[in-house]
Design a protein around this ligand. Structure first.
Ligand SMILES: Nc1ncnc2c1ncn2[C@@H]1O[C@H](COP(=O)(O)OP(=O)(O)OP(=O)(O)O)[C@@H](O)[C@H]1O
Ligand SMILES: [Mg+2]
Length: 219
């Protein structure tokens, strides 16, 4: 496990399973890859749990509804950051940590790094604030490996149209999406032992193979 960038200790879990997260902007193929990678790992006889944020436990799904529905300005930045941290804390306590402790691999569609990219830096909230909330809420649990899926802006737009629409979180202008993409790359480069950047303009099959290649050491 990587060290938490603000010095929060990695989680005090009994490590047997592996915790893998997929990150990136909207429409890069995270959900597609979670399904494909989970199927590939399961086919090797390993218990695999595919989950997503916000959500992944009963309490966190209830918070998800609060976050995803309603107008753009439904929450001020600080309340929103706290809601994400609370949802993540419940998800970790009720779903992720128990699965890791029984030796399962957990594949999560977005995790703390999405909060760092989306909630950090806006409304006067710093990266360190987000990580402090994570330290309290989720004992600073960090993934063993995080994949950043990157696509060209044109390809992201094409996939979103194909998939049909956006939600409250994705309903933002193009320059916002570009800043977000740059922020993800910055985080990945800042913590290279944990992150792998995957070119997700490739076919879904090729992207799955690239991800599995970066997990081969544990399989
Ligand atoms: N490698 C690929 N090549 C072409 N199309 C793809 C690829 N991966 C995913 N798609 C398609 O792009 C669309 C978006 O993919 P997906 O829902 O997996 O993205 P996402 O990252 O989960 O998006 P969001 O963050 O909005 O949930 C879907 O229609 C999916 O079938
Ligand atoms: Mg998705």
């Amino acid at each position: 496990m990587g060290a938490c960038p603000n010095g929060i200790l990695p989680a005090d879990r009994a490590v047997t399973g592996r915790f893998i997260t997929l990150e990136g902007g909207e429409g890069v193929g995270k959900s597609t890859q979670i399904r494909a990678v989970a199927a590939a790992i399961e086919a090797r006889g390993i218990e695999t749990l595919a989950t997503r944020e916000p959500g992944g436990s009963a309490g966190a799904e209830a918070i998800r509804t609060l976050l995803m529905e309603g107008s753009d300005d439904r929450w001020d930045a600080r309340s929103e950051a706290l809601l994400f941290a609370a949802a993540r804390a419940d998800h970790v306590a009720r779903t992720i940590r128990p699965a890791l402790e029984r030796g399962a691999w957990v594949l999560c569609d977005r995790f703390i790094d999405s909060s760092r990219a989306y909630q950090g830096g806006g409304g006067g909230i710093t990266d360190s604030d987000i990580l402090t909330l994570h330290g309290f809420g989720s004992n600073g649990l960090l993934p063993d490996r995080t994949f950043l899926l990157t696509v060209s802006a044109d390809e992201a737009a094409r996939r979103l149209i194909e998939r049909g629409g956006s939600d409250r979180m994705g309903n933002k202008p193009a320059d916002y999406q570009a800043r977000l993409a740059a922020r993800f790359v910055e985080m990945a480069k800042g913590e290279p032992a944990r992150w792998r950047i995957v070119d997700a303009d490739a076919t879904a099959t090729a992207v799955t193979a690239a991800i599995l290649a970066e997990l081969a050491e544990w399989l």
